[in-house]
Design a protein around this ligand. Structure first.
Ligand SMILES: [Fe+2]
Length: 255
């Protein structure tokens, strides 16, 4: 698997493209099995303050997680998309982000419009669903090309669309309204979304019962984010000091 010039150009211009699931059926079944096996333990464990809980769930997959992320073709694709010769993984996650975010008390399970980083943030994220994210299963919605635009400009555009819905007494803090150019991604486990989270995104509402699990991780060039470094050291406390140089580099342990 190597990415084409057309895919790379689509990523640069619009912020995303799809790859046939590069992990394969066997690895996906292994992720599914391990996630279920360790879900209760993950739920009950008290994670140190500042740790991203979905990252912890991903890292609890153990060696399986390391191997997914380290796959040479994926690392190579990330280097190509970011136009650099070395990348590291600075953020990862497994589970249902719509569930976590709804813990702030909002009355429905839906992630509001936002961008994780502006046009200056260089990052490539790979997102693969374990369960199909149908329209009722809080699918990711992306606004193509917005990774290239100033954040306040896009925020204002989304706010105006929100006000045009006629449902607010005053300007709301969070926006959810449909944008005429958004792409609702019905993510099926057969495909992996390759995208930049600098591209504005939200989700649909979760109305369907059942799981909405996805796994994702972000590659960054040197100097990029290293959000989950402490979680990696915590979860692999018994082994990380013996890791090879290249594994340590890929997980952001080499400055
Ligand atoms: Fe996000």
């Amino acid at each position: 698997m190597s990415i084409t010039d057309a895919q790379a150009a689509h990523f640069r211009r619009l912020g995303f493209f799809f790859l046939p699931n590069p992990h394969g059926g066997e690895a996906m079944r292994e992720v599914d099995r391990r996630q279920r096996q360790r879900a209760a333990e993950w739920e009950q464990r008290q994670w140190p303050a500042g740790f991203n809980r979905l990252a912890c769930q991903f890292l609890m997959l153990g060696e399986t997680a390391l191997q997914l992320v380290e796959k040479p073709e994926l690392v190579e694709a990330a280097c190509r998309l970011l136009e650099c010769d070395r990348v590291h993984v600075g953020a990862c996650g497994l589970g249902d982000a719509s569930h976590l975010i709804s813990e702030d008390g909002r009355p429905w399970r839906q992630v509001h419009w936002h961008a994780d980083g502006g046009p200056e943030a260089r990052q490539v994220s790979l997102r693969t669903a374990l369960d199909r994210h149908d329209p009722g299963n809080a699918p990711l919605r992306v606004l193509p090309g917005t990774h290239l635009r100033p954040k306040d400009e896009v925020a204002e555009e989304l706010m105006q669309l929100e006000l045009a819905s006629g449902q607010h007494d005053e300007a709301p803090k969070l926006c959810f309204s449909r944008h005429p150019s958004e792409v609702e991604v019905v993510l099926d486990p057969r495909w992996t979304l390759v995208w930049t989270p600098s591209c504005w995104h939200a989700t649909g509402v979760k109305t369907a019962a059942g799981a909405r699990r996805a796994m994702s991780w972000n590659y960054y060039p040197v100097g990029g984010r290293r959000r989950d470094l402490e979680a990696v050291k915590h979860i692999f406390a018994d082994s990380w000091e013996g890791w090879t140089e290249s594994r340590r580099q890929l997980w952001g342990m080499v400055p």
